[in-house]
Design a protein around this ligand. Sequence first.
Ligand code: HEC
Ligand code: HEC
Length: 428
Amino acid sequence: MRRHLCVLLLTASQFAAPARASAAELASSYARARERTAQLREAGRAIFSDPMFSASGRQSCASCHDPARRYNPPNARDVQTGGPALRDQGLRALPTLTYLDRVPPYDNHHYDSEDEADNSIDNGPTGGLTWDGRVDTGAQQAAIPLTSKFEMANTIAGVAAAARKAPHAPTLRAALGSTVLDDDEHAFAAVARALAAFEEDDAEFSPYTSKYDAVLTGRATLSAQEQRGLALFEDARKGNCAQCHLSRRGLDGTPPAFSDYGLIALAVPRNANIARNRDPAFFDLGACGPEREDKANQDEYCGLFRTPTLRNVALRSAFFHNGKFHDLREVVEFYVTRDITPERWYAKDANGKTVFYDDLPAPYHANINRDPPFAGQKPGARPALSKSEIDDIVVFMRTLSDGYLKDSPYRAERGPAVSALPHEQSAR
Ligand code: HEC
Ligand code: HEC
């Protein structure tokens, strides 16, 4: 009965409001809603750098995702450490937090939107946050590091207590309601929402201010070497990088995200520096677990990791999901010689024989990608890229770092930012 009443009230007020409220009242209610979003974002910004949300009291989101490096790691370590005494090593390299607004929700069968590309092709498993796509929203994601035993290692109660004590507690209450921090569950959810709101700040996380964006909008030109690198990056018989790391604007003009966010098995070599890999029976299999749990025992998902954006990639120094490589050149060499000189990449067994794909057990080898530049690779074959061509691609990837332009050129293309939503304009 009560539920019915609520629905009725809601419906009545929904339809009645625009007719009854004066333009001034409407304007002020929209202004209030915008102010709340801004407050939530500001609280999120503060929490992001506040170490009191961790069990150690010494680690914040920003300790790992460094704002000064476009939210890449602050150091070259393969993986970072966290936990109550900051001594517990993580399992994966940490991705940049830029351009996450472009990641679609996880889907086993992803079709592009009609506006962006060919919408008739099943691109397979795509999207979701983290390397294995296991969550879809910023708020769900934020709950992971806050409580992960090798990241901030806190509890729901601990995060709630920190939120109540924090200098930004009044901002959080102003944004979400005066009682929002009263019980632990709501306080924890409020913190996660604030972090997600902060991560949606375009100017901070999706700036589109790289040299390449300047080139795409006619404000700069690539050097001869960068231009060669781009051509090799896009050439299906050479790098073929753009097959997955999309480099062209969408049909509707959307700037390229340098990822199609597909989950792919590249068979990156095992990283012996990761403590959990000391157990020879342990494998990080990406989409089929163990971090992600909904696809355990579904063999076709084993070894799949989400394609990362290459925007701001030159500002990081640990590459691939396990941080195995530290040099972009080495990454490209791996792409073009994985199956040509496997002995360079993979460990040897007790008999001194190279174990092909040493971080992916044999039953899952069928999942390994063999598109160019992997196609046709076998010992003795010629790599798809020469040494100098590899250099060209690396130089091109450096044009993808933000900060070359002060403002996004696409904003200017769209004309001045819309100051009021259409229904607000008609209310005036
Ligand atoms: C100890 C280092 C560390 C800390 C502290 C940390 N993260 Fe992360 N973050 C990681 C790692 C590692 C991953 C990749 C995890 C995975 O794929 O399983 C990640 C992934 C992410 C992602 C997903 C990125 C993507 O490409 O999908 C987001 C968003 C994120 N972190 C936000 C946060 C927020 C918000 C905080 C603070 C509450 C935080 N992180 C604290 C290490 C850290
Ligand atoms: C078939 C899809 C595909 C193709 C083709 C491809 N990549 Fe990737 N790329 C991925 C995936 C998936 C990952 C993450 C793999 C992992 O960590 O297990 C990745 C990771 C990377 C990384 C590491 C980024 C980071 O933040 O750790 C770089 C750099 C990169 N690719 C560059 C290239 C270049 C250069 C080419 C062309 C020579 C290329 N890729 C071709 C799918 C692809």
